[in-house]
Design a protein around this ligand. Structure first.
Ligand SMILES: [Zn+2]
Length: 474
């Protein structure tokens, strides 16, 4: 990773959720990705400030420029107020991200809190001559934006010729977008503000430019989002922001986009029906972090196919990792590369080499699959010292965020049976059971109890029978 922040603190803006429905698994990928980026910056000793917006107004149906607001539609459907809808789905979003070990952003601005600033922003663009007014709202003229659409890597002529392009009376170019959506005559919006262009609501793209500049400064380092934003939303954010700033500088230094989640090899539609939510995965017996592990098992710029087999494999891996790392706790502090280096036992070349592997992987555009591989390899390596292994596990955990410092294997999967264990796990359990039997024969009750506790931490219950001890998974 070749990155130095432009200020003392790297500013990160991540496009956040529209809070009118439950987020499905695919919707969660951008937040796990942005969390990985933050962990990577911390690893490199770079302080960061992250802003994630909450879109609680202005996102029209099918990303169009006109038409009903998604939140108002949801309020009507669920017979709740728009405020109830927004606060309920915001709460669910926070619960889901917390369950995925996504560290909270520094600020979660709500679009409804920034409408006056959005009106000022659009007024400035109007003064600069970038806009034109139609009965349906104030539009940004994209032909006045040099380099419009560069980010999308698409040719403008061919862009958005598909079904998503709506006919708007008087719009000069298909790519022009609404800065302000004026109420149609006779239609009174629930969420409405007065503006120089009449009563109405801001266009969807405006909030990200306004809130990021308000909270991170006019220019900042990194903007993240799903790859679906690269073609339209981010292109429009750039056009209006660079027009507003007018300083000839790129608005944002780096744009990072995560790829799509596929479902059984099919692309997930935006408002998908059958894609599960995290809560449904949990109900089905999966640990939420198994989904995080599944995501990190692929590179963020690769499409990932969500299948039952894939999530089962992630769950089994998580259980094995938690079981192995449990024996190494407590883990030392290794949140940064420097702290990890300092924690290494002197002369432990094997552990040092794993640490270098982990650092090289995160530096190579956040290659989380390689970090996972290095961790797994180190846990099997007979040549590494226990103290060195602790540091390697702590370093991998700091970047992967799987909760290995405290995760109890019993929490990971309540449905497992002994048949799910691999031979190394069975060997470890049987060795501990035998040690406990020996301790009991030696009448070393303290030692026997200690081993029983260790086994319980692995989710193993020992029962003493006349024929000797037996064990089962709890
Ligand atoms: Zn955005």
């Amino acid at each position: 990773m070749d990155f130095t922040p432009s200020a003392d603190v790297a500013g990160i803006y991540s496009c956040g959720p529209t809070v009118y429905h439950y987020a499905h698994l695919g919707n969660m990928r951008p937040y796990v990705f942005a969390d990985t980026l933050r962990r990577a910056l911390r690893w490199k000793g770079i302080p960061a400030r992250q802003v994630v917006n909450i879109t609680d107004v202005g996102h029209a149906v099918a990303d169009s420029e006109t038409g009903e607001d998604k939140i108002e539609m949801a309020a009507a459907r669920e017979e709740r107020s728009v405020e109830e809808i927004a606060s309920y789905y915001t709460k669910v979003f926070f619960e889901d991200t917390a369950a995925l070990n996504v560290q909270p952003a520094d600020v979660y601005p709500r679009a409804t809190e920034y409408v006056p600033q959005m009106i000022e922003f659009a007024t400035r663009l109007e003064e600069l001559g970038y806009t034109y007014l139609l009965p349906s709202g104030l539009y940004f003229d994209t032909t006045k934006s040099p380099g419009y659409g560069t980010l999308a890597l698409l040719d403008l002529e061919g862009q958005r010729e598909g079904a998503r392009v709506e006919q708007i009376e008087g719009r000069k170019n298909k790519s022009d977008f609404a800065l302000w959506r004026t109420e149609e005559p006779g239609v009174r919006r629930v969420m409405r503000w007065n503006s120089p262009w009449g009563w109405g609501a801001p266009g969807w793209h405006l909030e990200c430019s306004v809130m990021s500049m308000a909270l991170l400064g006019q220019h900042f380092d990194i903007h993240t989002g799903g790859v679906d934003h690269r073609e339209l939303h981010h292109v429009n954010e750039i056009a209006q922001s660079e027009a507003y700033l007018g300083d000839g500088q790129p608005w944002v230094r780096f744009w990072l986009h995560n790829e799509f989640l596929l479902m059984n090899n099919a692309k997930i539609a935006k408002s998908a029906g059958p894609v599960p939510r995290l809560a449904e995965l949990i109900e089905a017996g999966y640990h939420p972090v198994a989904y995080r592990l599944f995501l990190l098992g692929g590179h963020y710029r690769s499409q990932l196919d969500f299948t039952t087999n894939a999530i089962d494999a992630a769950q089994a891996t998580l259980r094995r990792l938690a079981g192995r790392v449990a024996a190494l706790r407590p883990l030392p502090a290794a949140d940064t590369y420097d702290a990890a280096r300092e924690s290494l036992p002197p002369g432990d070349e094997v552990a040092a080499a794993y640490l270098e592997k982990i650092d090289a992987a995160i530096s190579a555009d956040l290659a989380t699959p390689q970090i996972l591989a290095a961790l797994q390899e180190s846990l099997r390596d007979p040549g590494i010292s226990a103290a060195g292994l602790r540091v390697v596990a702590a370093a991998a955990e700091a970047l992967l965020g799987l909760g290995l410092a405290e995760l109890d294997t019993r929490e990971v999967d309540r449905r497992r049976s002994a048949a799910d264990l691999d031979s190394a796990e069975v060997e470890l359990i049987e060795r501990k059971v035998a040690e406990r039997t020996q301790a009991r024969l030696d009448k070393d009750w303290g030692r026997a109890d200690q081993i029983r506790n260790e086994l319980e931490a692995l989710g193993v219950q020992v029962t003493d029978t006349a024929a000797g001890p037996t064990w089962e998974l709890t």
